[in-house]
Design a protein around this ligand. Sequence first.
Ligand SMILES: [Mn+2]
Length: 383
Amino acid sequence: MRAVKILHCADLHLGARLKNLGSRAAKRQQDYMKTLELIVTVCKEEEIQLLLIAGDLFDSSKQSNELLEEVRALFASIPDTYIAVAPGNHDPATVDSCYEKKGFWSDNVIIFSGEMTDHEIPALGVRLWGAGMTEGYSLKSLFHREQSIREAAAYDDEIQIGVLHGDLISAGGRSEYNPVYKEDIRDCGLQYLALGHIHKRSEPEWEGSCCYAYSGSTEGLGFDETGEKGVYIGLVTKSSCSLSFFPVCQRRFVRCEIDISTVTGTKQAAAFVRSFLQVQQGERFERHLYDIKLKGEQKNIWSFDAAAFLAEFDDVFYMKVREQRQLSCDLEQLADEISLRGIFARRMLLIKDKISKDQFETAVQIGLKAMNGRVDYSEDYET
Ligand SMILES: [Mn+2]
């Protein structure tokens, strides 16, 4: 049976400017292009016949000429792979966009723009269906023509594949980003629908005979996009779809909470965290981006020094740390002390019933830490 080998990716966000990463932002920006280079290499090595890019290839509809030229050259470097692009809400196919530049892209590139259309690739025995966003918003669904897809699907052994940037929702739901209704894709005639927009990957699922998936973003864009990121690779036939996840991201965003109850100083805390990350994230753990929360009970009196802690992780690409240990202490016992701490404990016990439990505990922790050492201005207590 005829089969087509595909690679489905989406939400590459090339050119994204990342705030909050300080001096690492520029380097991180380069990662996004390296990921596209890797995808192109995979296309060559795996002999991918069809590369599906389901929108937000670029972070915005304005790109530098340098960035555009790099992407153009990369696409042109794999003439044996057909590349289908369905522009998304970040990089809509506006009249002045790169997608509308006549003669700019190589012959292997197919760009969808506006309403859903089809494109025949006789060499692969594939009919492609796609739409492209032309504005940052689309309240109207761009997915229609199910009747035409069904008719085409019934015609011969041509494989029907769709590519789209949109929000997959159930009937009655609303979205400003091209709502795609599950009811519409059910048995619509497509063997596979490659989706983009949701940055969290979904497993391939079926609505009747139509298989669909979000491949997710190829690189995390922040600490709300943690973990491994990648693409789907696999074979689509007239009656089957078998896809595997293939990681391509250069670095992962990692958030973790680590209990440091047993350590006795900042340097020891850093060594403890290092071994923890080596085990959890593997040998090349230092290439990733970390948001570390230190938890536990503070049994020994030592104050945490965030700058000294981070200095121990010079080799790590990016790290931020918050220390939120709880002091273990008996306030009643402390109140008997003839010291500033004793006075603080007595005053706190006096107002205990006048404030909430959370407020009380937070105030005690901040107060005692201040007595023991120091409290950073940035100390970020959660309420
Ligand atoms: Mn996106």
